[in-house]
Design a protein around this ligand. Structure first.
Ligand SMILES: Nc1ncnc2c1ncn2[C@@H]1O[C@H](COP(=O)(O)OP(=O)(O)O)[C@@H](O)[C@H]1O
Ligand SMILES: [Mg+2]
Length: 255
């Protein structure tokens, strides 16, 4: 399908949990890139609870690889029993600015993965941080701002949504992914308040989310639970949003 990036405007709405949950549910091989400039791998410390060693990631790719193509294969690690690979992010926020010149060539490499049948999910962390992977956010086929539906959350997204609409950022296609639909506001209300499409929604399901965010034990009926079903539906919605835009682009290019 494509390169899909996830980011947030404020707080901790669930970007990392959503990105990993989607990756582990994805119907095709997928590469998860931990591009959050905050540093400290959410995957290694969270999902793997420190049981997996850091064996290289974006910083090695930026500083020691002579070719991004070969380097990317070297720093990509497989999550056993899945078709998910990941590239670990920086271990500290102080390393993030050193990735500045990596993002654009990395994007080009990531976009090329599609021809090998691999999609890409980017965890871009919060918007506006020093070291933010702006070229990934801008070039992704779809960039989704993850948000809860509380008023403070929506008001934080709003200024970013306004800037996107004014064309301040040159993103290919953007939208919102709601976590905790109906708690308290619905996707429709969020979409109206932001004047921006809500591409997908996920339910508030703390027990299932904890599996992805901190490697908690699987709750009963995890695989058919609210979050699992929400992730399936989100993938279908993301897929159709990306496909629709591609066919619109093709249509527009026809003489
Ligand atoms: N769909 C969800 N339902 C309930 N809790 C969630 C959901 N998604 C994430 N969370 C919880 O929210 C907290 C923050 O998640 P995290 O993914 O680390 O956020 P971010 O990457 O935006 O900082 C974690 O405790 C996680 O378990
Ligand atoms: Mg995170």
């Amino acid at each position: 399908m494509a390169v899909v990036a996830f980011t947030s405007a404020s707080g901790s709405p669930g970007v990392t949990t959503t990105a990993l949950g989607l990756a582990l549910t994805w119907p095709r091989p997928v590469l998860l890139v931990e591009a959050d400039p905050t540093g400290g791998s959410g995957l290694l410390a969270g999902y793997f609870r420190g049981t997996r060693e850091y064996v290289g990631g974006l910083i090695e790719l930026a500083l020691t690889s002579s070719s991004i193509h070969d380097g990317l294969a070297e720093v990509s690690q497989r999550i056993e029993g899945s078709e998910v690979s990941y590239v670990a992010g920086t271990r500290s926020h102080t390393q993030a600015p050193a990735l500045r010149d990596l993002w654009q060539p990395l994007y080009e490499e990531l976009a090329d993965l599609e021809s090998t049948g691999q999609d890409v999910i980017v965890d871009a962390g919060r918007l506006g941080l020093v070291g933010s992977p702006e070229p990934l956010l801008a070039n992704a086929d779809l960039t989704l701002i993850v948000t809860r539906t509380t008023l403070p959350a929506i008001s934080a997204v709003r200024s970013w949504a306004d800037s996107i609409q004014r064309g301040t950022f040159d993103w290919q296609q953007s939208g919102v992914l709601v976590v905790g639909e109906g708690e308290p506001y619905s996707a429709r209300e969020v979409s109206q308040a932001l004047n921006s499409p809500v591409v997908a929604t996920l339910p508030d399901d703390p027990e299932s989310a904890a599996v992805f965010s901190r490697g908690a034990h699987l709750p009963k009926r995890f695989e058919t639970g609210p979050l699992a079903r929400g992730l399936q539906a989100a993938i279908a919605a993301i897929h159709s949003t990306v496909s629709r835009r591609r066919s619109d682009l093709l249509e527009g290019a026809r003489p």
